[in-house]
Write a protein that binds this ligand. Structure first.
Ligand code: 8YV
Length: 323
């Protein structure tokens, strides 16, 4: 039997490619740049399997096109709002993701942003690098202790729980959350996590608000001028989830007017574009979507993706099927 053909849309860690090459006819997009709609359509018509990333938009127009050869879209990543699941379902396409592999890395990045924003590390680094630091002073760049402060999580999935565990154990923070599905009493007890039935109540109670909900239409601009006004003036907003959850313009205004103290962002509404208004502000840390950017996490993501492909081509239901 011929081996299934697989297109990998972006360059992946060597160990992942080596494993995939043992079972598939692998083609890797040589440019390592996002594929446009025409290239994606060609790919869907030419390969048995496609492994896209967040930078490949697989919308209904593409997935409902005639003459597709692809039978499985094995996404390299946990979030899959760049893939139209309803269209994939009508086209009889299986879609899988990699939900476990990046939990640790993204939780770590959440803690990094909590510390960078609360201790004003970005501002401090800019001061040193621009040669403007005039020496130690008792009231220079005063930040906020996070010990004893409340970390309010919006969404309470794998990454949120891991971030909560670490923030509690390593930083001595209190944990609160608001999410569609309430955690079990046991999970709440283990993290001493206080459940808030409404978003407004969580925002009002939190010193640091961290977003961990999926992107997509249901959560678009959940953080907007109105919800930002519910936060404490001393509060910090962290986003390692999806840029679409935050109205960037409203956030820039809230930061400029000190309605909230600071923000730490890893994701943006229109990546790779980052709002000019945000870039001008000192009280925001801006990272380039580094959530899962460790060799360990990206390798584990690739392996989880390969497990999904292997199951599918062995005639089983892939473990991380989302459609
Ligand atoms: C991934 C992410 O690197 O997995 C996710 O949902 O946001 C990222 O950390 C990216 O999605 C790769 O497709």
């Amino acid at each position: 039997m011929p081996r299934p053909s697989l297109l990998i849309t972006r360059r992946l860690p060597a160990a992942v490619l080596e494993r995939l090459r043992a079972s598939y006819e692998v083609t890797v997009n040589p440019d390592d740049r996002p594929l446009g709609p025409e290239a994606l359509l060609m790919a869907l018509r030419s390969y048995d399997a496609l492994s896209p990333t967040i930078t490949d938009k697989l919308d209904a127009a593409l997935l409902l096109s005639a003459g597709l050869r692809t039978r499985i879209i094995a996404n390299f990543g946990a979030g899959f709002e760049h893939i139209d699941l309803a269209a994939a379902k009508s086209a009889n396409l299986v879609v899988t993701n990699t939900p476990d592999a990046l939990t640790d890395a993204t939780a770590e990045l959440t803690l990094l942003l909590i510390l960078m924003t609360s201790r004003r590390a970005g501002e401090g680094e800019r001061l040193v690098r621009t040669g403007k630091w005039t020496g130690w002073a008792p009231t220079q760049l005063l930040g906020m202790d996070v010990k004893g402060k409340t970390l309010g999580l919006i969404g309470f999935g794998r990454i949120a729980k891991e971030a909560a565990r670490r923030a509690r154990a390593a930083l001595g923070m209190r944990i609160a959350y608001h999410s569609r599905t309430r955690a079990t009493a046991e999970e709440e007890r283990a993290l001493a996590a206080e459940h808030h039935a409404t978003l407004e109540s969580l925002l009002a109670a939190s010193d640091i608000v961290s977003l961990h909900c999926p992107g997509g239409a249901a959560t678009r601009h959940l953080i907007n001028a109105q919800t930002l006004s519910r936060m404490k003036p001393s509060a910090i907003l962290i986003n390692t989830a999806r840029g679409s959850v935050v109205d960037e313009e409203a956030l820039a205004t809230a930061l400029a007017q000190r309605q909230i103290a600071a923000a730490g962002l890893d994701v943006y509404e229109r990546e790779p574009a980052v709002s000019a208004a945000l870039q001008e502000l000192e009280n925001v840390v801006l990272l380039p979507h580094l959530g899962s950017a460790t060799l360990e996490a990206r390798t584990a993501m690739g392996m989880q993706m390969a497990d999904n492909l292997d199951s599918f081509f062995a005639g089983r239901t892939p473990p991380n099927r989302v459609a």
